[in-house]
Design a protein around this ligand. Structure first.
Ligand code: 7PM
Length: 259
């Protein structure tokens, strides 16, 4: 899954249309590099980030979804807003990726009657404050329970289990130790019985381990993606598609899986 952010901090200068054009070129490059899903996001979920208005997020994201849906790879939209979910589905999105696990009022309603896949992610707290003092008695148990509870809410609303993807939410209200515990226990997230998506690419845990700034975390990120897949993750959300695809081809070759 290739990350395509359409936020002012992700592309420098030249306004909304320039950012959309840059994102479109990036999407084409990601597809050529072997991405299987494009994940389009219009709101930065960086810890401490300010939220954007619904109209601004729609303006950033929907034209891109319209351009890319129906193309060679499915389009995912990374949003917590029910209005953006509805518009994304109308524009042809195949997956809604909600870091808030469809907990916003109206989010379940917005997605339940579509046939899109739904990614349910674990987060402790909210993006603005989640990294201040994350605390768990047992991070693996608590993340698993929370994911199962959110999946149950979707099921009660009539969402077929085949539509669900779960994500432990690396870095979302978690210390390095919490993130490492979750990566070590990937089999227990997999045991929930749904495809597992993980986002480790360039995250601060990679910085904490390697001592490198965000622009120098390629090697650490590829290693983390490999480990997650080897331990059973199905989808890796990454910035560096070509390098990650190469690494996973090596893994598949060793494991005897043709690709
Ligand atoms: C700044 C800090 C900007 C962190 C962006 C982020 C995930 C996600 C994100 C994830 C799923 C990033 C995050 N992370 N969606 N959206 N899983 N499903 O590093 O881990 O891209 S935003």
């Amino acid at each position: 899954m290739a990350i395509l952010n359409v936020t002012p901090d992700s592309f420098s200068g030249d306004g909304l249309q320039g950012r959309r054009d840059a994102a479109l070129r990036k999407a084409e490059a990601a597809i050529a590099a072997g991405a299987g899903i494009l994940d389009i996001g219009g709101e930065s979920s960086r810890p401490g980030a300010l939220s954007v208005s619904e109209q601004e997020e729609l303006d950033r994201v929907i034209p891109l979804v319209e351009r890319l849906a129906g193309g060679p790879v499915p389009v995912s939209v990374d949003t917590v807003k029910p209005g953006v979910m509805r518009a994304a589905l109308r524009a042809g999105a195949s997956l809604i990726n909600d870091i808030n696990a469809f907990a916003e009022v109206g989010a379940v309603e917005a997605v339940k009657d579509s046939d899109a896949a739904l990614c349910v992610m674990h987060m402790q707290g909210e993006p603005r404050t989640m990294q201040s003092q994350p605390r768990y008695d047992d991070v693996v148990v608590e993340v698993s329970r929370h994911l199962a509870a959110r999946v149950a809410v979707l099921g009660e609303a009539g969402v077929a289990p085949e539509r669900i993807i779960v994500d432990p939410g690396f870095g979302f209200g978690k210390t390095l130790d919490h993130n490492l515990a979750l990566l070590r226990a990937m089999d227990r997230i997999v045991a929930l019985g749904y495809p597992v998506l993980v986002g480790l690419s360039r995250k601060s845990m990679i910085g904490a381990i390697t001592g490198r700034p965000v622009e120098s975390r390629l090697g650490g990120s590829v290693a983390a993606a490999m480990i997650a897949v080897q331990r059973g993750a199905h989808i890796v959300r990454v910035h560096d598609v070509a390098e990650t695809v190469d690494a996973l081809k090596v893994l598949d070759a060793v494991n005897g899986i043709a690709c």
